[in-house]
Design a protein around this ligand. Structure first.
Ligand code: AMP
Length: 279
């Protein structure tokens, strides 16, 4: 496994690999890797000759009040996991290497990125699309794997790729959960044992609301009940909403696939989860 820390090394390597006819799959991450991330690596491994994992805590997607400084890190542990999942290249640049000091260009998707996390974190998605666009130009991937744990992010990237003609296929990967249903997240590390137990209410209330929506064919009562359940468990609900996956607007009579998405704070930790289903 090779480790690159400069943009130039990665781009030279990727262009060389493409010239010799090899396909590349990219898995962008912020590190502190868990089985959600390694499931993406396994999908990438099944798709392409070369698997590249990027590990970069991207400051451009954190607001000043957010957890950039304390975001969990474990570079040695991450390398061992990449090695175990047969990754060929890890790209782990410093911030000063990734962004020139006077960098002033943003890539911004302006519709799908607006609701849900985009409403509560207004500068988040433009940070994500900007860094992912750069990673695509550096790693030259034929495939890029994104987890449906961050489903809105995945839809925003798919739209960016379509609108800007990036020659890459986005592969959405299933959300991986712990045995008790909690969506795996690097941020779960922040939770006390008690908060973690109470946070199970997010997934449980989404499952309850999904069952009610499917059987009753109305949204509002099911969503109110879900908000009440998470609040009763001590969570501070940021949002629980149902949207059409294609438009990220309220579902209408033409909607097929919908996302029931939740974000809630337990203590100071903001967790997200979702269920995607057909109406
Ligand atoms: P992150 O390191 O949190 O930025 O995530 C990097 C990639 O891993 C993103 O595509 C995430 O959607 C994906 N990911 C994170 N957690 C999970 C999970 N529990 N299941 C599936 N994919 C995940």
């Amino acid at each position: 496994m090779q480790i690159f820390t400069t943009r130039r090394e990665l781009q030279q390597f990727a262009l060389g690999a493409k010239r010799s006819g090899k396909s590349i799959a990219l898995v962008p991450t912020m590190g502190f890797l868990h089985e959600g991330h390694t499931s993406l690596m396994d999908i990438a491994r099944g798709k392409a000759d070369i698997v590249i994992v990027s590990i970069f805590v991207n400051p451009k997607q954190f607001a000043p009040t957010e957890d950039f400084d304390r975001y969990p890190r474990d570079f040695e542990g991450d390398l061992a996991k990449c090695e175990a999942h047969k990754v060929d290249v890890v790209f782990a640049p410093e911030i000063s290497e990734m962004y020139d000091v006077n960098s002033s260009t943003w890539v911004e998707e302006t519709v799908l990125a607006k609701p849900l996390c985009g409403a509560s974190r207004p500068t988040f998605y433009r940070g994500v699309t900007t860094v992912v666009a750069k990673l695509f130009l550096l790693a030259q991937p034929d495939y890029a794997v994104f987890g449906l744990k961050d489903a809105q992010q995945c839809f925003v990237i798919q739209r960016m790729v379509r609108d800007l003609d990036f020659p890459v296929e986005i592969i959405p990967a299933p959300l991986v959960r712990d045995a008790d249903g909690l969506a795996l997240s690097s941020r779960n590390r922040y939770l006390s044992a008690d908060e973690r137990r109470r946070a199970l209410s997010i997934h449980q209330s989404l499952l309850g609301a999904k069952a009610r929506i499917i059987s009753e064919k109305t949204f509002a009562p099911a969503i109110s009940e879900a908000v009440e359940k998470v609040s009763a468990a001590g969570g501070k609900v940021d949002y629980i909403e149902i949207l059409d996956c294609d438009t990220m607007a309220a579902p209408d009579e033409n909607s097929k696939r919908v996302i029931l998405a939740a974000a809630a704070f337990f203590g100071t930790t903001r967790l997200i989860d979702n269920e995607i289903f057909e109406l």
